[in-house]
Design a protein around this ligand. Structure first.
Ligand code: COA
Length: 154
């Protein structure tokens, strides 16, 4: 069973250092692909620290950041935000690159859905990263009528 919990302030630094060391993905950062392409390594590191880190800290305060862990080490995290009227967006769900396909992502996704349900959510949506459609379909998500997003009832 995947051990998940709400993130604390000290988890934010742990997540950031795992992004910077390549264990967590850079692809989930809120950057458009063109912007991402134009940033060199140093600028990307600066973006992660100055922009992503505060948004993760804010999510800790709001209870929107969950982490999974094993033997005291972080194995993954999920970040969500509300669109209002019971609709939530899972904006990031990431598992340590060395630990893929071991059930951590689905465990963390289940816990995230449960958490959003507990927060009064009724629908969840995701914008699947390239090649991850199947994963979300396995989690019960289906295409929305418009656009490329997937959704499911909570
Ligand atoms: C997507 C991700 C979270 C999946 O995590 P994981 O721990 O590898 O997933 P699981 O082991 O729980 O897999 C659950 C099921 O989805 C399938 N699956 C996992 N990743 C998949 C992928 N990239 N493509 C297709 N199927 C995938 C698994 O094979 C498994 O199927 P099974 O139950 O039939 O064996 C992980 O690959 C990841 O962190 N990717 C980088 C970040 C990312 O793209 N996140 C999604 C943002 S939209």
């Amino acid at each position: 069973m995947v051990k998940c919990r709400k993130a604390t302030v000290s988890d934010v630094d742990r997540i950031i250092s795992k992004i910077q060391s390549g264990s967590f993905s850079l692809d989930l950062l809120p950057l458009d692909p063109l912007q991402a392409q134009n940033l060199d390594e140093e600028e990307m590191a600066k973006f992660v620290e100055s922009e992503y880190s505060p948004s993760l800290s804010k999510a800790v305060d709001d209870g929107r950041l969950l982490v999974s862990e094993e033997s005291g080490g972080l194995t993954g995290y999920s970040l969500s935000h509300s669109k209002g009227e019971g609709r939530w967006v899972i904006s990031a769900l990431d598992v340590d690159t060395g630990l893929h396909k071991a059930g951590i992502g689905s465990g963390l996704a289940e816990k995230t859905l449960e958490h959003l349900r507990d927060k009064g959510g009724r629908m969840a949506e995701v914008s699947p990263a390239a090649g991850v459609h199947k994963f979300w379909e396995k989690m019960g998500f289906r295409p929305m009528k418009k656009g490329k997003r997937l959704e499911r009832r909570l």
